[in-house]
Ligand binder design. Structure first.
Ligand code: ATP
Length: 320
């Protein structure tokens, strides 16, 4: 169990040269789902693993969960090699699966007790009530799982993944189909766990969510890692900002001096949209050019590139 680990490793998960080729089936050729993936997930991080459908995210998580057998490469979870110490590696990780597969005739308390039994957690060390409180399900402890809402079931799956106190929690698309309020609740709880030291690995299709929550992000595409860096650095990579100014008067032709900034008229009102690279152009330079063109600004806004822009740029161009 985690308490027996003599020292905390620097990295929660280390993956080197990980490949997976699924055998051919139904006349389909073999499918190389992972192509030599290297990935380091630092201890204590809130790490986002993003990628379009079919990129290989579930394959990677399922290899760690022991559901899929890797073709080649090395996986170390909490310093335990998956090939040499599979049980140790498995004990260091709690996986919250994509599907809401819960036995409907068990109560949350019973489900957690059964799960703790499967992991060999002695009765005296079980913390069923505490875990239920952590995920906000204390008042549902004795209700049948089938009477729980989708959001509650999702939180129960998080609780189930926590019964053996793993230092790493993996969440595979945890908020798919969960409404906004419950999503917020789930994140508040997961964030608190991260602040108490649990390493979180999250796959999600909600890029805004990843941008807000994750301190590090890896993007995987066609089985290869195409980016892996701190969230801020990744977003900064695009080096692109948009300035929208509302002018006091309607604009005729775009003045030549502003064409250099790729200026175009906004769809509505007296707006003018300009795109620039913050590393090359200061906003004051653009404002001066607008003023020099005899235009008066009534209002202005700026927009930065976000994760969605960088995600599309990195995943659109690469061929399969
Ligand atoms: N059991 C399997 N047999 C054959 N091919 C598979 C199998 N499982 C997955 N694949 C293929 O491997 C590739 C990677 O799939 P994977 O499920 O890992 O992607 P993903 O990034 O998790 O996608 P999603 O976001 O849709 O869950 C896909 O092309 C998929 O069709």
């Amino acid at each position: 169990m985690t308490a027996s680990a003599p020292a905390f490793p620097a990295d929660a998960i280390r993956i080197r040269g990980l490949s997976k080729t699924y055998a051919s089936r139904n006349g389909q050729p073999p499918k190389q789902a992972l192509k030599g993936v290297d990935l380091t997930i630092p201890r204590g991080s809130f790490f986002g693993l993003l990628g379009p459908n079919g990129a290989g995210k579930s394959t990677l998580i399922n290899i760690m969960a022991g559901l899929v057998k890797k073709t080649a490469g090395q996986v170390e979870i909490w310093d335990r090699d998956l090939d040499r110490d599979e049980r140790g590696a498995r004990l260091a990780i709690g996986i919250v699966p994509q599907e809401l597969n819960l036995d409907p005739f068990f109560t949350p308390r019973e489900l957690l007790e059964v799960q703790a039994g499967l992991y060999g957690v002695p009765r005296s060390e079980r913390r069923t009530d505490e875990i239920l409180a952590t995920v906000g399900l204390s008042d549902k402890a004795d209700a049948y799982a089938r009477t729980l809402s989708g959001g509650m079931r999702r939180r129960l799956l998080v609780a189930k993944a926590m019964v053996h106190f793993p230092p790493i929690l993996v969440l595979d698309e945890p908020t798919a189909g969960v409404d906004i309020e419950l999503r917020q609740q789930l994140w508040t709880q997961i964030r608190a766990m991260n602040e108490r030291g649990t390493t979180i690995l999250l796959t999600t299709h909600y890029l805004e969510e990843a941008q807000e929550l994750c301190d590090q992000i890896a993007i995987i595409n066609h089985g290869s890692v195409v980016a892996c860096e701190p969230t801020e650095a990744l977003i900064g990579r695009l080096d692109s900002k948009t300035l929208t100014v509302m002018l006091t008067e309607p604009l005729g032709d775009i003045p030549p001096a502003l064409q250099a900034f790729g200026a175009e008229k906004a769809r509505r009102g007296n707006g003018l949209v300009l795109r620039y690279r913050p590393s090359e152009t200061a906003i004051a330079e653009i404002l001066a050019a607008i003023s020099a063109a005899g235009l008066t600004i009534a209002d202005l806004t700026t927009d930065e590139a976000d994760l969605e822009d960088i995600f599309l740029q990195l995943t659109r161009s690469t061929a399969a």
